[in-house]
Design a protein around this ligand. Structure first.
Ligand code: SAH
Ligand code: SF4
Ligand code: F3S
Length: 466
């Protein structure tokens, strides 16, 4: 039994991070048993679920698509905003019902970022005793061991620590076309609104040789695209001695000649000119950058602990646009941070007017227990936050439609990743600038990079023909 502790999760020491080869337990103990996994949150969690699937299949489990068929249900959760919490407990209610009505032996497990929150573990302990296992983000690779142990009451296996880098992991990937590749874990930025540094631990980079080995292996297996993953990929390597910088890693990755490389997420603070030059130089590095703004007001940026000003952000943005041909840039914006005045919000709108983003994820500020912003004075009224979000979204949608319209009549390369729900013989995929394209084809083109002429542009997608 191990429960999380936010005070411990906050600690950052100078001690070297250990890189460990995991000793993964494989057996046939659960042969014929079935699992169902539901994933919330970011790409990190999507990729973690690919690890969990591999671990489960390694002890005999088979995957199913509904909780009614499952002997084991796992919820891989996200803690970034309050609404994620409500969704998870709503779904758990369904699992509880199924367990009590039809399947008393069903194992219900909760993992991911919510498991790292003490308040969530307390809630489970007090009110959700039907949950069998809660495990955290630092010890996922031990899941087989937890399942092989007998669980009489809820087994909490959550560690709050800086964390290690675990190697020797295998993944059951969701796609055989594009793959996630972790380059770093955790975050040390401690933006004052954000829970991630507490749920994921210290920023720790993988060794570049392991990353490049993985990319070469993926290329050999026929993958067309890889996405380098980290909360702050531009800070890659800074925590290790004798390691490549992100620019150098990106260049080495490009030299593997895999068709497409992209990376998320970039923090404006760590973006260097070398990185921009490498992105501009290699055709297989996608000209797509997700560059979170969060706010356009210097006053709010300071309170958020973002370490850049509006002016610095705009300078970087313009440099990216000038140096990288056809660069498409998306962003994240939070409205209603504590103390955000109408003037502050207008500064954000001003940046949106200047940057005319290709797209944006916009969020209402959600107080997270344990973070500094949650106890700041002048929390903004819910209705006001909703109004600001609405105003912002109208602007964002206008510009994303504008940017999509620029593609009309052009021929672009699209990596087709599956069938589109737009009808028979319809396929969909992404341009190298991450624009979603729907296209008709009489033969199967999944997994191919095809030339598509764009015939129609909407706010969130393009239509085209081969
Ligand atoms: N590492 C990335 C962001 C990861 S979280 C970065 O630094 O850009 C994804 C997005 O969720 C953030 O960019 C932010 O816009 C949003 N977010 C994080 N904490 C939030 C909170 N407490 N309330 C609302 N949105 C939040
Ligand atoms: Fe959160 Fe900031 Fe780290 Fe991004 S950089 S994960 S917003 S603390
Ligand atoms: Fe959510 Fe954790 Fe990702 S809080 S956004 S799943 S790092």
């Amino acid at each position: 039994m191990n429960t999380p502790d936010l005070k411990k999760a906050r600690i950052r020491t100078k001690e070297k991070v250990k890189h460990i080869d995991a000793n993964i337990v494989r057996s046939n103990a659960f042969n014929g048993k079935k699992y169902y996994i539901k994933t919330y949150g970011c790409q990190m969690n999507e990729h973690d679920s690919e690890l969990i699937k591999n671990l489960l299949e390694g002890i005999g489990f088979l995957s199913v698509d509904s909780i009614e068929e499952a002997d084991l249900v796992i919820l891989n959760t996200c803690a970034i905003r309050e609404n994620a919490h409500d969704k998870v407990f709503g779904f758990l209610g369904r699992c509880k019902h199924e367990k009590e009505k039809n399947n008393p032996n069903m194992i219900i497990a909760v993992c991911g970022c919510m498991a790292q929150e003490p308040s969530v573990c307390e809630e489970i302990q007090n009110k959700h005793k039907y949950i069998d296992l809660v495990f955290g983000t630092h010890n996922m690779h031990n899941l087989p061991t937890y399942l092989l142990n007998k669980m009489d009451k809820t087994d909490f296996e959550v560690e709050s620590k800086e964390g290690e880098v675990i190697e020797n992991l295998s993944y059951t990937r969701d796609s055989n076309i594009s793959a996630w590749v972790n380059i770093m874990y955790g975050c040390d930025k401690f933006c004052t609104y954000c829970i991630v540094p507490y749920t994921r631990g210290k920023q720790r980079s993988r060794r570049s040789e392991k990353i490049l080995e993985e990319i070469k292996e993926l290329k050999k297996e026929g993958y067309k695209e890889i996405t380098l993953l980290g909360q702050n990929v531009n800070a890659y390597g800074k925590d290790l001695e004798d390691e490549l910088s992100f620019a150098e890693l990106l260049e080495e990755a490009a030299k593997t000649n895999i068709d497409r490389i992209r990376f998320v997420t970039s923090h404006p603070w760590d973006f260097t000119d070398e990185m921009i030059d490498v992105i501009a130089k290699y055709d297989n590095i996608m000209p797509y950058i997700h560059l979170p703004l969060q706010s356009g007001s210097d006053n709010i940026l300071k309170k958020m602990g973002r370490r850049y000003t509006k002016e610095e952000y705009l300078t970087l943005f313009n440099k990216l646009k000038t140096k990288i041909k056809g660069a498409s840039i998306t962003t994240d914006i939070i409205v209603g941070f504590p103390g955000e005045t109408t003037e502050d919000f207008n500064e954000t709108l001003d940046v949106v007017d200047k940057c005319k983003y290709d797209g944006a994820f916009t969020f209402i500020y959600s107080p997270r227990i344990g973070t500094p912003a949650a106890v700041m004075t002048n929390q903004i009224d819910e209705e006001e936050k909703r109004n600001r979000l609405h105003t912002l979204n109208e602007k964002i949608n206008k510009y994303s439609l504008e940017s999509n319209k620029k593609y009309l009549g052009k021929t672009v390369k699209v990596l087709i990743n599956g069938h589109s729900d737009k009808g028979d013989n319809m396929y969909s995929g992404y341009t190298d600038s991450m624009k979603l394209v729907n296209v008709k084809s009489n033969k199967d083109i999944i997994g191919q990079i095809v030339d598509v002429k764009i015939t129609d542009a909407k706010s969130f997608s393009l239509d085209g023909e081969l």
